[in-house]
Design a binder for this molecule. Structure first.
Ligand code: ATP
Ligand code: MG
Length: 352
């Protein structure tokens, strides 16, 4: 559990559009220092895009990302739209408002640019490298022509480290931390099993001494027996290094035990967010319910009665009149719904 309420990462109205495709659309959440924050949802719902937007692999379309209180990414589309709408609807009186929006947009652009160069407190590495991502595909993300040492040391080299002995020592250290051995340093990725490759990915991330790790489906490609090992490794490192983890998965059963809080994504939107216990005890959004209904339990009685709930957004909601919003329905439990849906979710909670 997070040992305090300090917010490490704040994502505000994040949008990442690829031409017409709203891969991430108005997503907001906070990650507290020390916690494991799970993000789940089916393939294509925008989990990886959310992670890649946070580490600035994209210039985000709109919204803000704050890390340790510093705005590290900012998009401009919302300001542009506000200006356009104001021009169309507000007439003469809109002038001051438009000036305001222009100023905010300029500030967003400035912060976004500035964050690229900003240094971390140690004055050496970049601020943004305090967030590291473990990439989804352990095979595709490791260059087959590079040795394990070169792969793991890459971040240090980019940071400007030239001391060969120091680099080597650090590589040995992290190899041992992730359960590999120093003899592995000279080998190539194809010589390793899937689980070992993922450990190399973890080593590459922790050598940068990060504060936040975004682990993008780090165990999805692995056998169930190996999955637990990699999750245990992340959990150990989290305690040893005081890490905060954003853990992405498409399967709720994987995130349940490891995550303090879970956000559920569907088609670019965050539809529900709560502590793990709350989400499993009182799921409200029909998509969350469908994900839960897909988890088999080792309980024959339960399994006999378990019904897969199929989520069909067109049948589940009528948003033609009332628009949905992401609402905090009880402290810490957020759900996406129209006013009448929210009222019925409240009723459901009271009756439970
Ligand atoms: N670089 C890109 N250019 C254009 N479209 C993209 C790009 N990256 C992702 N998309 C699209 O954005 C949407 C979200 O993709 P994303 O990879 O974030 O999903 P995901 O939740 O990580 O899925 P998975 O569980 O399969 O990894 C998809 O429709 C995808 O096709
Ligand atoms: Mg993905």
């Amino acid at each position: 559990m997070a040992d305090n309420d300090e917010v490490l990462l704040r994502v505000e109205h994040l949008c990442q559009y690829f031409k017409g495709n709203k891969a991430v659309d108005d997503v907001s959440f906070e990650i507290k220092k020390g916690e494991v924050f799970g993000i789940v949802g089916e393939s294509g719902c925008g989990k990886t895009t959310t992670g890649r937007s946070i580490i600035r692999l994209y210039d985000i379309t709109s919204g803000n990302v704050y890390f340790k209180g510093v705005r590290i990414a900012a998009g401009t589309r919302s300001y542009k739209e506000n200006i356009k709408n104001a021009k169309a609807t507000m007439g003469e009186g809109a002038k001051a408002y438009i000036e305001d929006q222009k100023a905010l947009m300029a500030e967003a652009k400035r912060d976004h640019r500035k964050a690229k160069k900003l240094k971390a407190e140690d004055g050496k590495q970049k601020f943004i490298t305090k967030i590291q991502m473990i990439f989804q595909d352990p095979i595709a993300s490791l260059d087959p022509r590079m040795t394990v040492e070169q792969i793991i040391a890459e971040g240090l080299v980019i940071k400007g480290e030239k001391d060969k002995k120091l680099i080597e020592q650090k590589v040995y250290d992290v190899l041992e931390r992730v359960g590999l051995v120093r003899e592995h340093a000279g080998r190539y990725p194809h010589e390793f099993s899937g689980g070992q490759r993922q450990r190399i990915g973890v080593a590459r991330a922790i050598i940068m001494d990060p504060e936040l790790i975004i682990a993008d489906e780090p165990v999805s490609a692995l056998d169930v027996s190996i999955q637990a090992q990699v999750i245990n490794l992340l959990d150990d490192l989290r305690h040893q290094m005081g890490l905060t983890i954003m853990f992405i998965a498409h399967d709720l059963s994987v995130v349940k035990y490891f995550s303090d809080r879970i956000g559920v994504m569907y088609y670019g939107k965050m539809v529900e967010l709560a502590t793990s216990d709350e989400l499993f005890a009182h799921p409200l959004h029909p998509y969350t319910k469908s994900l839960l209904s897909a988890i088999p339990l080792p309980d024959p009685e339960y399994e006999k009665n378990r019904k897969r709930i199929v989520y069909d957004p067109l049948k589940a909601h009528d948003y033609s009149v009332e628009k949905p919003e992401f609402v905090e329905i009880t402290p810490g439990h957020f759900v996406m719904g129209s006013p009448s849906e929210i009222a019925s979710y409240k009723q459901e909670l009271e009756n439970s």
